[in-house]
Design a protein around this ligand. Structure first.
Ligand code: CU
Length: 155
């Protein structure tokens, strides 16, 4: 299946397909199927026991999907946050519109890693599993960038 083929760009080929069943696309135009790819992922090197993660999920499919949960072996808790009027709050998911994108970026939506089990350092990668309402889970290895990328957080 080529649904994630374009995703490797910013992930230096580190994208791992989870539960991908093969290359026989069965009627991709039959409607009602999200087609997700993940790119532009990074984590600013954390300066506390908490870290943020950013990425862009593109949906080339003709059905919406929803990011519902996130898991990582680097943190006891990974949640999805949105930022509204400068303050962040946890949400139970974020929509990925058909033919659109879900953008997690500094100052906006983001992944929140809390109770870090180790300190990710610049140059390392953090493996994260993204789970969706419709699509199979996607595992991405998020590169850790300099701490100067750290966004302002209102915790
Ligand atoms: Cu947050």
């Amino acid at each position: 299946m080529r649904r994630f083929a374009g995703a490797a760009l910013a992930l230096t080929g580190a994208l791992v397909l989870a539960g991908c069943s093969g290359s026989d696309a069965d009627g991709k135009d039959s409607g009602g199927t999200p087609d997700l790819s993940v790119g532009s992922a990074y984590m600013p090197q954390p300066v506390s026991d908490m870290a943020a993660g950013f990425l862009v999920i593109t949906n080339k499919g003709d059905a919406a999907d929803r990011l519902t949960s996130v898991d990582s072996d680097v943190a006891a808790s990974v949640t999805v946050h949105e930022t509204v009027d400068g303050s962040m709050r946890e949400v139970d998911g974020l929509d990925i519109p058909a033919g659109g994108r879900l953008v997690l970026e500094s100052g906006g939506n983001h992944l929140m890693f809390e109770d870090l089990k180790r300190e990710p350092k610049e140059g390392q990668k953090v493996s994260v599993e993204l789970r969706f309402a419709e699509s199979d889970p996607v595992t991405v290895d998020i590169p850790v960038k300099a701490a100067t990328h750290t966004p302002k957080h209102g915790h």
